[in-house]
Structure formats: structure tokens, C-alpha cells
Write a protein that binds this ligand. Structure first.
Ligand code: FE2
Length: 403
């Protein structure tokens, strides 16, 4: 099905011809939840838990507390894999799956940010079904009953404890993993990748550096905005996106500036990120994925930089699209006949106040990279979900503006 064509734009209002909505992750949120990790995870079928994390998080002592919580619930810790880098890769996923097999694990517990959670998700699929990480690429391609026509086969029980408030991966059916040989980000999405359990406890973001809280918070902002304007919009996701935006408006700057002191803001940002997540994204993500794959620009930083430019471009596409941005503007008390420009300016000053770079060149992207970035963005799965059809020249112009 062709979407977003200039001749036949997808209406962004009214009764939609078709959409589907799923969210099968059990979410528990509150204070002092880490000690009940095992009690909660055994309800999802876990017995021998393989913990996936990174060295920085392990260094904070958080993993030991989670492991104690696992044991308190009568479960065993089969092993800990702490070698997930900031931007995980297919090689790391394969290593992680092999380590879990070696350890005799029967379930995965991710303690970390987006990279850690996505590694655990895809490693779980490889662990359960065999093959390697690269072979998992694609949307709705995981093994199913009845020669592929029936229910998707479960993967081993998976629980996530996010340590950043942004990615929302703990409640999504998608994962993004870098293929370092091809320098692309592989997108993998299917129903079994919904974690069975997500634990949101502000204690996990207590020591988060302000720059990471800012970047990941802008990732959540981008999910909420892109989800709301996407051609793949739905009333179900609209409700989540708009409330996520209100919570981000009220908590993001507090969480970044006050950090450890403001448990309420940190807890609310974890919930906002969890509400904002969707696989219905758009051109901000399409532009940020190649910037990450080719130049290592952190995902949230790339989104924070690209977001205002895509808002300005999209809102100029049609009244229908501009109206969707008007709804978003209302949340932030931004109203102007040129809503695209007004909302874009609001976002740029917010990004600046949060202490993040506002230009790709400040994040290590050189000018001569634009053709390769454009190619990456055009080939990214989120491009066809953008409300305005995107051409090669559109992306080149947006990258030049963002540089
Ligand atoms: Fe994202």
C-alpha cells in the first residue's frame, strides 16, 4: 500500500479506514520496586534469569540490587552480560545470546537504556529461535504457527528495567540494532518482542547524568510528536502521545536540572517515555538513524537536533498536517498562524536550555556526509510513515538546515 503520496494524502482526522493497536507489556510503576523483581518476574514464567546490562550501570551497584531482588523472589541469576556498548551491534547481540545459552538461562532481564533493552530483545529472539541477529531484521517476520499464518511463537520471558527515561523500548515491540559491517541500523518489530514485564522505578535514574537525561527525554518527546502526526496515527496512540507530551512538558526540565533531588520528575519521565513509545514514527527518526549508524551521534541527541527541522517542513505540507501540530502546540501553549515555525522554534530553545547541541556539525557530522545520510534516511523504514512524502532533495535540504 502506498502511503503519504501527494495525490492521495492519508487523512489525519476522522474515522480511520484501518489501524491496529497492541500493547501487551505488563507495566508496574512506583517506588522501591527493585526488591520485588523476582516476585514479579516469576509470574511471567522466569526461573533462571540472564541479566543484560552495561558496565556503567553495573558500576553504579544497581545490577547487584536487582540481582538481590531476583533471588528474593526465589529465582536464580544464571549470568550477567555487561558488555553492551552505548550503540549495540549485531555482533554483541549474537555474543549475548550465546552467553545466555552457555549459562543455561531460561529468561532475560534487561537493566539499562535503549541499547541494553534492544540487545536483550533481539538476543532473546536468537536464543529462542536460532539464527543470528542480522536474520531477525524486518517487520512481522518472526516465526509463527501454521507455516507462518498463525500466532507468532513466544520468545523466552523478557523483563525490562529502564535506566533512562526516553526510549520506551521496555513497552514496545521494536528493536533497533546497528549492523557495523553495513553501517546501517536494522529495525526489528513483531508482537513477541513486547517485553512481558516493565518495571518503572525512579531509583534507576537517580545517577543519570543531566546530558543523558536531556537526550533521552528528547527521544521520548520525538516519539510522542512523531506518533501523533504519523500517517500510521490512531486514536489509541493519540491519547498516549498527548498525555506523554503533558508529562514531558511538566517534568523534563525538572528531571534534567534537579536530577537526584527530584524523584517525582524522574518517575514521571519514566512513565512519559513509556506512554510515548510507538512504532509509528517519521522523518526525524529516519534522519537520526543514519546519523547514529555512520557518525555515532547518540539517538536522543540526533532527534533533538532534527526534530525542529522536520516539524517546520511537515507542517508546511498541508492544513491537515499543520492541524495535528496545532494540537501539539496547545500542550506547550504555542499558537501561531505559522504553527510549524512557532513549534520548531519552541523545540530549538528547549533543546538549547537542556544543554544539548542544536546542530549536527556540533555532534561530529561533516558536510560531505549529506549524500550518504540522505540515502540512509530514504531507505529507513520510518520514512513512509512520515505525514509528508519525502524526496531526496527534501532530506538533503533538511540535513543542510540541521548541520
Ligand atoms: Fe527513538
Amino acid at each position: 500500500m502506498e502511503v503519504g503520496s501527494a495525490l492521495d494524502p492519508v487523512p489525519l482526522r476522522g474515522f480511520k479506514d484501518f489501524y491496529q493497536y497492541a500493547g501487551t507489556t505488563r507495566v508496574i510503576s512506583g517506588r522501591d520496586l527493585l526488591s520485588s523483581t523476582g516476585f514479579e518476574f516469576q509470574k511471567e514464567g522466569a526461573r533462571r534469569v540472564f541479566i543484560v546490562t552495561d558496565e556503567v550501570i553495573r558500576g553504579t551497584g544497581l545490577v547487584e540490587r536487582v540481582a538481590a531482588g531476583v533471588a528474593d523472589g526465589g529465582l536464580e541469576v544464571a549470568g550477567v552480560f555487561d558488555r553492551v556498548p552505548q550503540d549495540s551491534s549485531t555482533h554483541v547481540v549474537d555474543e549475548c545470546a550465546a552467553a545466555a545459552k552457555e549459562a543455561g538461562a531460561d529468561s532475560f532481564l534487561a537493566v539499562g537504556g535503549g541499547s541494553v533493552m534492544d540487545t536483550a530483545k533481539v538476543a532473546d529472539a536468537v536464543f529462542t529461535h536460532g539464527g543470528d541477529a542480522r536474520e531477525q531484521e524486518g517487520f512481522f517476520l518472526m516465526p509463527r504457527e501454521d507455516d507462518g499464518m498463525g500466532r507468532p511463537l513466544d520468545i523466552a520471558p523478557l523483563a525490562c528495567i529502564p535506566t533512562t527515561a526516553g526510549t520506551g523500548s521496555e513497552a514496545s515491540m521494536a528493536a533497533v540494532i546497528k549492523d557495523p559491517d553495513e553501517k546501517v541500523k536494522l529495525e526489528i518489530a513483531d508482537f513477541p518482542l513486547f517485553p512481558r514485564l516493565a518495571i518503572l522505578d525512579p531509583d534507576t535514574t537517580r545517577t543519570l547524568p543531566p546530558s543523558v537525561a536531556a537526550a533521552t527525554g528528547m527521544d521520548a518527546m520525538t516519539h510522542a510528536i512523531e506518533g501523533y502526526v504519523s500517517v500510521d496515527w490512531s486514536p489509541h496512540q493519540d491519547a498516549r502521545s498527548l498525555h506523554a507530551l503533558r508529562m514531558i512538558r511538566d517534568n523534563l526540565e525538572r528531571a534534567v536540572q534537579l536530577g537526584e533531588e527530584d524523584e517525582e520528575a524522574r518517575g514521571n519521565m519514566l512513565i512519559a517515555a513509556n506512554l510515548a513509545i510507538t512504532i509509528a514514527l517519521g522523518s526525524v527518526h529516519a534522519m537520526s538513524h543514519p546519523a547514529g549508524a555512520q557518525f555515532g551521534v547518540p539517538h536522543g541527541v540526533a532527534n533533538a537536533i532534527n526534530l525542529p527541522h522536520v516539524i517546520r517542513h511537515n507542517a508546511a505540507g498541508s492544513d491537515d498536517i499543520a492541524d495535528r501540530y496545532r494540537d501539539i502546540g496547545e500542550v506547550f501553549d504555542v499558537s501561531d498562524p505559522d504553527i510549524g515555525d512557532a513549534l520548531a522554534s519552541y523545540m530549538t530553545s528547549l533543546v538549547d536550555r537542556l544543554g544539548l547541541p542544536t546542530r549536527l556539525s556540533q555532534a561530529g557530522v561533516p558536510e560531505d556526509a549529506i549524500p550518504a545520510l540522505v540515502e540512509g534516511a530514504l531507505g529507513d523504514g520510518t520514512t513512509i510513515l512520515n505525514p509528508r512524502e519525502m524526496s531526496e532533495e527534501d532530506y538533503a535540504e533538511l540535513y543542510r538546515a540541521a548541520l
